[in-house]
Design a protein around this ligand. Structure first.
Ligand SMILES: CC[C@H](C(=O)O)C(=O)SCCNC(=O)CCNC(=O)[C@H](O)C(C)(C)COP(=O)(O)OP(=O)(O)OC[C@H]1O[C@@H](n2cnc3c(N)ncnc32)[C@H](O)[C@@H]1OP(=O)(O)O
Ligand SMILES: [Co+2]
Length: 136
């Protein structure tokens, strides 16, 4: 089950200046700065009401964000939804014919398991599914 809109992922060239800009824009300081080596991204998270904004900068030439920026420039990169059971949703989406970009959930940022739906399957939008990793 899709529970809510979890975050909007924004691809940015320079994380520091984008963080200063969004701190001014949103009127709130970020609650987290996290490097995710497995995705070759540096992220900064803001809370806005019940939703979040995730700023992403690539940390290597083969990062998905670096490639995106080289082709499309800065902007909205993906939309992320919180799901109750990411494996069940991945199975359901596969059965519905959606193309998933990873076979298994992978460790994302902000203490989540994540997977991605190919933009071509989702009317041009890169969709991320996130499930909170519960502390033992
Ligand atoms: C640290 C985790 C964090 C979290 O929240 O937990 C994240 O959010 S990490 C976010 C970064 N990681 C990812 O995005 C992983 C999934 N992405 C991918 O596997 C690729 O980026 C992929 C497959 C979406 C695109 O790969 P690539 O750039 O190599 O392929 P193309 O450039 O050929 O693109 C194919 C086709 O898709 C269109 N495209 C690409 N990126 C996006 C996008 N973000 N939104 C919408 N559309 C996108 C691209 O324009 C091509 O379409 P075409 O019509 O052929 O031009
Ligand atoms: Co994300």
């Amino acid at each position: 089950m899709f529970v809510n809109l979890e975050h909007l992922g924004l691809a940015v060239q320079d994380l520091q200046s984008a963080t200063e800009l969004y701190t001014k824009l949103l009127g709130v300081a970020p609650y987290k700065h996290e490097h995710v080596p497995s995705e070759a991204v540096d992220t900064v998270f803001f809370r806005v009401g019940g939703a979040k904004v995730e700023l992403l900068a690539g940390t290597s030439p083969d990062s998905a964000i670096t490639k995106y920026l080289s082709k499309k420039g800065e902007g909205i990169h993906h939309v992320a939804f919180e799901v109750a059971d990411i494996r069940a949703e991945m199975l359901r989406l596969r059965e519905e014919g959606f193309v998933l970009l990873n076979d298994e959930p992978k460790l994302g940022a902000d203490n989540k398991l994540v997977c991605f739906v190919h933009p071509k399957s989702a009317a041009g939008v890169l969709v991320e599914l996130c499930q909170e990793i519960l502390k033992p």
